[in-house]
Design a protein around this ligand. Structure first.
Ligand code: FE
Ligand code: FE
Length: 293
């Protein structure tokens, strides 16, 4: 494919895929943990995690503060960066070339199409398929110079205690919020079962894409986009104390989406040009021709 190459993104990883691969290896086996699992039982990944991935999490955990999240929202949520259609955003994201293994790894557009195609094959509703197609488009943040640790990574609430269920939890000792007593109680600035719409999440491609898409998709789809990297909750079963009944109901969809994100690998890469008309059509059913990014 004739794509202009974009220089590697700022960060310790060879590319964003290195984090995706780590998540895959981490969650590939075994059923999700039960919600009442003892925090002591969360697996310690210190030894089994590659150095670059550890360094990535060190930066992520050290810098994702409540203030940082708010600053990024002020910067990006007005949508003043670009006007693009969703397909244009897919092509733009595809200019992001990971150094990890460019010949054998799937491109970003292929991951999106493969996820969507697996969902389509299972006969899920249109909006579910569309969600698979667009769930990672928030990664375009990298192309605007955002460091990897502010684009990908497991997400978690800020303004309250960092759960031991978050991978490589020890690096939160470096986070300035660890020294703010009001943020270190279990509930922090929140109240019991206040609902996730009251809770600020660490900043990254999930939260950003939720805001880009929020006027156009059903709520189930928006939960899948916004919380797909919230592994401490949807996989480890933690943070139940911040969720209300409605969140619990909606998280069934987040959990239903996750395997498509992790496992949808087909033998051959999806044929982008052949699939494009179907997906352009699907996009047009839900979204305007141009979106604000
Ligand atoms: Fe993602
Ligand atoms: Fe993904």
């Amino acid at each position: 494919m004739d794509q202009p190459k974009t220089p590697a993104q700022a960060g310790p990883l060879k590319g964003l895929e290195e984090w995706d691969d780590f998540v895959k290896s981490r969650y590939a086996q075994g059923a999700p943990a039960s919600p009442d699992k003892d925090p002591e039982e969360f697996r310690d990944y210190t030894d089994s995690t590659p150095e670059r991935v550890k360094e990535f999490y060190r930066l992520n955990h050290a810098h994702q503060t409540r203030d940082f999240v708010r600053e990024k929202k002020r910067e990006f949520l007005p949508g003043n960066r670009a006007q693009m259609s969703l397909w244009e955003a897919m092509e733009f994201l595809n200019t992001l070339v990971d150094e990890s293994d460019p010949d054998t790894e799937l491109s970003q557009i292929e991951h999106l199409l493969q996820t969507a195609e697996a969902i389509r094959k299972d006969g899920k509703p249109d909006w579910f398929i569309l969600t698979g197609l667009i769930h990672d488009l928030g990664k375009v943040l990298c192309l605007w110079g955002e460091p990897q640790w502010a684009v990908v990574g497991d997400t978690f609430p800020v303004g309250c205690a960092f759960s031991p269920a978050i991978v490589l939890h020890q690096y939160f000792a470096l986070n300035p919020d660890s020294k703010v007593p009001a943020y270190q109680a279990r509930l922090g600035v929140y109240s019991e079962h206040c609902g996730l719409d009251q809770v600020e999440m660490s900043w990254g491609h999930d939260e950003y894409m939720y805001h880009v898409a929020k006027d156009y998709l059903p709520e189930e789809a928006l939960y899948m986009i916004r919380y797909h990297s919230f592994y401490p909750a949807h996989h480890e079963g933690d943070y139940e104390y911040l969720m209300n009944d409605h969140d619990q109901e909606m998280f069934r969809w987040v959990r239903e989406f996750n395997p498509y994100d992790l496992y949808s690998k087909s033998d051959e890469p999806p044929k982008v040009d052949a699939l494009r008309p179907y997906y352009e059509d699907l996009i047009a059913q839900y979204f305007p021709a141009q979106l604000r990014w």
